[in-house]
Design a protein around this ligand. Structure first.
Ligand code: GDP
Ligand code: GDP
Length: 437
């Protein structure tokens, strides 16, 4: 599972600026997708491709009173609890404030490694800036200017060795050969019920009371001759109170599951309106390039009118993922599950489809012939040839000139063209442009 790093500090010290710098890499992919609510507080840092980690921007922690109270404070606590490394962000311009100490005390109580990032050192003498915070006695203290992207790489270098050793999971997964499926969704969408249904036994204990486990669970499943590994974020129920469950709903666990999966099943409750959180989850899955199936659950007991209303609303709000199949199921009664697993299988097959260079290039030529990108200062961007750049998601690398000027709309046109040509269902497609031969 992806390790977790939490950014903690007073408001306005630059946490979200730092967060944006750290997680920026995939922004472009989702930024121009209307309909996706970006959850700015959770992202994945891929500065080091080999060692991605989840970054949590814990938002406004006032450090006043007891330091932590209210719902935000509990979310901060949860983030601290789930993180392996804490980045304590302070503001060099404000200097050391009493609230900083309160926050630090809280962080120390967790016993986790702490890095002190002294931000906004741009235009200041770094030595002097750091000296003020030396009283913290944190060995790992570094100067930073998040706004100018200075010191952020040093921060990552300092972080990586503090993360837990990586298990040899990747190798295991390859040998196993099963399709890894994450089942994600809001609390009470029916995730555990679905997993129980699929397993046909009460491996997970489901009750009307929601709650989450500490770690996503992996459950092997064989169905219609195919092998799957289900990655479950809901898990065994223990907690007694519903509010507690909602509060404990872990975006981090969900992100980890998405990262560990090949196919993501987003469970939506047909009886509830689509929430921002649903869109956020879809956004995360897309950012990660995962194949996607939308399971609309609790389809039982809805009359024809309600079903139509529901389908319409979903079609309207999910246009940006119109390539993802919507499957209507009842986890409780077990209906639609065959279709669901078929959609998962197809999405996986699409996501891992082998593409070859000559065929991709031919397809590119066809696409280019029938519709050319708009001129840039009198010159048309040229697209010369294409080759595969990876799978899950299928990636097409396109070489040409002036590719920097290609508009998102043209990129989408190409995506759709490739999608049709290769009949890719249920997976995003990534297109990368390269300048020159
Ligand atoms: P947060 O509340 O901790 O998330 O802080 P923000 O990231 O929203 O930043 C608060 C303000 O500080 C914004 O106006 C930022 O532009 C500014 N800021 C952030 N990082 C830096 C920096 O490295 N140098 C300077 N000079 N300003 C910064
Ligand atoms: P989770 O939090 O996503 O794991 O959701 P659960 O599996 O615990 O389900 C939450 C509640 O919804 C439970 O009371 C389930 O019995 C109920 N539920 C789950 N699936 C269905 C379904 O297909 N139809 C109906 N009517 N209720 C369902």
């Amino acid at each position: 599972m992806l390790p977790v790093v939490a950014l903690v500090g007073r408001p306005n010290v630059g946490k979200s600026t730092l967060f944006n710098v750290l997680t920026r890499s995939r922004d472009a992919l989702v930024a121009d997708m209307p309909g996706v609510t970006r959850d700015r507080h959770y992202g994945i840092c891929r500065t080091n491709e080999e060692r991605p980690f989840v970054v949590v921007d814990t938002g406004g922690l006032s450090g006043i009173d007891d330091g932590l109270d209210g719902l935000t404070a509990r979310q901060v606590r949860l983030a601290i609890e789930e993180a392996q490394v804490l980045v304590f962000v302070v503001d060099a311009r404000d200097g050391l404030l009493p609230q900083d100490r309160t926050i630090l005390d809280e962080l120390r109580r967790s016993g986790k490694p702490i890095i002190a990032a002294v931000n906004k050192t741009d235009g200041l003498d770094e030595e002097t800036a750091l000296a003020e915070f030396a009283v913290f006695g944190i060995a790992a203290t570094l100067p930073l200017s998040a706004a100018h992207n200075r010191g952020t790489e040093d921060l990552v270098d300092m972080l990586l060795p503090l993360l837990p050793a990586e298990p040899d999971e990747a190798e295991e997964q390859v040998e196993d050969g099963s399709i890894r499926v994450a089942i994600v969704g809001r609390p009470n969408a029916g995730k555990s019920t679905l997993i129980n249904r699929l397993l046909g036994e009460d491996r997970l204990i489901v009750s009307d009371v929601a709650g989450t486990t500490r770690d996503p669970i992996r459950v092997p499943l064989e169905r219609d001759g195919k092998r799957y590994t289900l990655i479950d974020t809901a898990g065994v129920r223990r907690k007694a109170r519903v509010e507690e469950a909602v509060e404990k709903f872990s975006v981090i666990k969900t992100l980890q599951s998405i990262a560990a999966a090949q196919v993501v099943v987003i469970m939506i409750d047909a009886r509830e309106n689509l929430a921002d959180q649903d869109l956020t989850l879809i956004g995360h899955a897309m950012e990660e390039g995962r194949a996607l199936v939308i399971a609309v659950n609790k389809w039982d007991g809805l009359d024809a009118y309600q079903r139509e209303q529901c389908q319409r609303a979903l079609d309207r709000r999910l246009v940006f993922v119109d390539w993802a199949k919507q499957v209507y199921i009842s986890a409780l009664h077990g209906s639609g599950l065959r279709e669901l697993m078929r959609a998962v299988m197809r999405a996986h097959a699409s996501a891992t489809k082998e593409l070859n260079s000559s065929d991709l290039t031919r397809t590119l030529e066809k696409a280019y012939e029938s519709y050319q990108p708009p001129l840039v200062r009198g010159h048309a961007p040229k697209l010369r040839f294409a080759h595969p750049g990876g799978s899950n998601p299928p990636t097409v690398v396109i070489h040409g000139s002036r590719t920097k000027h290609i508009a998102p709309a043209y990129r989408r046109y190409l995506e759709n063209f490739f999608r049709k040509r290769y009949k890719l269902e249920g997976t995003p497609i990534r297109i990368e442009f390269r300048e020159g031969e």
